[in-house]
Write a protein that binds this ligand. Structure first.
Ligand code: SF4
Ligand code: MG
Length: 329
C-alpha cells in the first residue's frame, strides 16, 4: 500500500510455547505470525482475558522484552540499548491505560501531570512554553486551562481519561498503545472518549494500537482487527470484513456474543467454554476443545496461517475449506 509507511513489524513473540513441541512447524508458523501497524491506522487486538493482549502492548512500548523475535519501529529494531535511544523512542510512543483512577498521581496538579512527559523526556525546557503547551493540550482534550490547577479527584472518570490522553500527547508521540482505555467507563462516556480519540488521530496523524476484550468497542475504531487466543493471533482482517465474514471459528464465537446493536435480527450467543490454562495449552490447535469444527488433525497439528478472502487466519478448517460461510447480514 503505497502511501502507508510501515512503522511496526512484530514477529514471533507469541508462538514460543510451540517451539518446544513442534520445532519445524514453529519455524514455518512464525514467518507468518508477524503483523504490522501502518502509519495513521488503528489496529485493534481483541481477545478474552488471558489471551496475551496486555503482554503484546507492553512489548510494543518497551515495558517488556519479547523472549524471541524482533519489534521494528520505522524499520529499526526497537532495542533500548542506550539512554539516548530510549529517550528518543519514549517520545515517539505513549500508552494510555485502562484505569484513569490508578494512572494519575493523586497528589499532583493536573497541569504537572500533563507536563511530566514533556519535561522528563526533554521535549521542552522553557517553563512559559511548557505552560502554554499544557493549556493547548487541555483544550485539545475538551478541558479548560483552569482545570490545570485542580487535582485528579475533582474530575469524573471520563474527564480523568481525558487528562491521561493529554498527558500521553504531551511528548508529541506518533504511536499510542491504548490498553482497554474505555473499559472502566460508563457506556455513554465510552462513546465520548472514543470519538475524542478518533478526532485526535485525524488532527495529529496518530497511529493507534487499540487493545480490547470487546469487539463492539473496536468496531468503529479500528481499520484492522487482530484476534488473539491463548497468546497467538488466530485471525487478522479488515475491520468491516471481519464483522461481515469472520473466518476463524473463534472469531465467530466472539462475534456471536456481541450485542446486536445494528438490529439485524441475529441471535446473540454466549461465548462457550473457558479459556484453557496457558501454561499447559491443548495440543494442536489450542482452540480445539471449544471448537465445533474440530477434528483429529486439529487435535494433532498446530494450524499455520492461510490467506483468506478477507485477511489471514490460522485454522485447518479454513485452509481445507470445510467451514461453512458465516456471512453476516
Ligand atoms: Fe477449529 Fe480446527 Fe480451526 Fe482449530 S484448526 S479453529 S479446532 S477447525
Ligand atoms: Mg489486560
Amino acid at each position: 500500500v503505497s502511501n502507508l509507511t510501515r512503522i511496526f513489524d512484530v514477529s514471533k513473540p507469541w508462538l514460543n510455547r510451540v517451539v518446544e513441541r513442534e520445532p519445524k512447524q514453529f519455524l514455518r508458523a512464525v514467518d507468518n505470525v508477524s503483523f504490522e501497524i501502518r502509519k495513521g491506522e488503528t489496529l485493534a487486538l481483541v481477545g478474552e482475558s488471558g489471551s496475551g493482549k496486555s503482554t503484546v502492548a507492553k512489548m510494543l512500548v518497551g515495558l517488556l522484552d519479547p523472549s524471541e523475535g524482533t519489534i521494528l519501529f520505522d524499520g529499526q529494531p526497537m532495542i533500548m540499548n542506550s539512554s539516548e535511544r530510549m529517550m528518543e523512542l519514549r517520545k515517539r510512543f505513549q500508552m494510555i491505560f485502562q484505569s484513569p483512577y490508578a494512572s494519575l498521581n493523586p497528589r499532583w496538579k493536573v497541569a504537572d501531570i500533563i507536563a511530566e512527559p514533556m519535561i522528563v523526556l526533554g521535549v521542552e525546557k522553557d517553563s512559559a512554553k511548557i505552560e502554554a503547551r499544557v493549556d493547548d493540550l487541555l483544550g485539545l482534550v475538551g478541558l479548560s486551562a483552569a482545570d490545570g490547577s485542580k487535582f485528579p479527584h475533582e474530575f469524573s472518570g471520563g474527564q480523568r481519561q481525558r487528562i491521561a490522553i493529554a498527558r500521553a500527547l504531551s511528548s508529541s508521540p506518533e504511536f499510542i498503545v491504548c490498553d482497554e482505555p474505555t473499559s472502566a467507563l460508563d457506556v455513554s462516556v465510552q462513546a465520548q472518549i472514543l470519538n475524542l480519540m478518533r478526532d485526535l488521530q485525524d488532527q495529529l496523524g496518530l497511529t493507534y494500537l487499540f487493545i480490547s476484550h470487546d469487539l463492539s468497542v473496536v468496531r468503529h475504531m479500528a481499520n484492522r482487527i487482530g484476534v488473539l487466543y491463548l497468546g497467538a493471533l488466530v485471525e487478522i482482517a479488515d475491520s468491516k470484513e471481519l464483522f461481515k465474514a469472520p473466518q476463524h471459528p473463534y472469531t465467530r464465537m466472539l462475534l456471536d456474543a456481541v450485542p446486536d446493536l445494528e438490529m439485524t435480527g441475529r441471535q446473540r450467543k454466549e461465548v462457550e467454554g473457558e479459556i484453557p490454562n496457558p501454561i499447559n495449552p491443548p495440543s494442536g490447535c489450542t482452540f480445539h476443545p471449544r471448537c465445533p469444527f474440530a477434528n483429529d488433525r486439529c487435535k494433532r497439528e498446530v494450524p499455520l496461517w492461510t490467506q483468506t478472502r478477507t485477511g489471514v487466519a490460522a485454522c485447518h478448517g479454513v485452509e481445507e475449506g470445510r467451514i461453512p460461510s458465516a456471512e453476516m447480514a
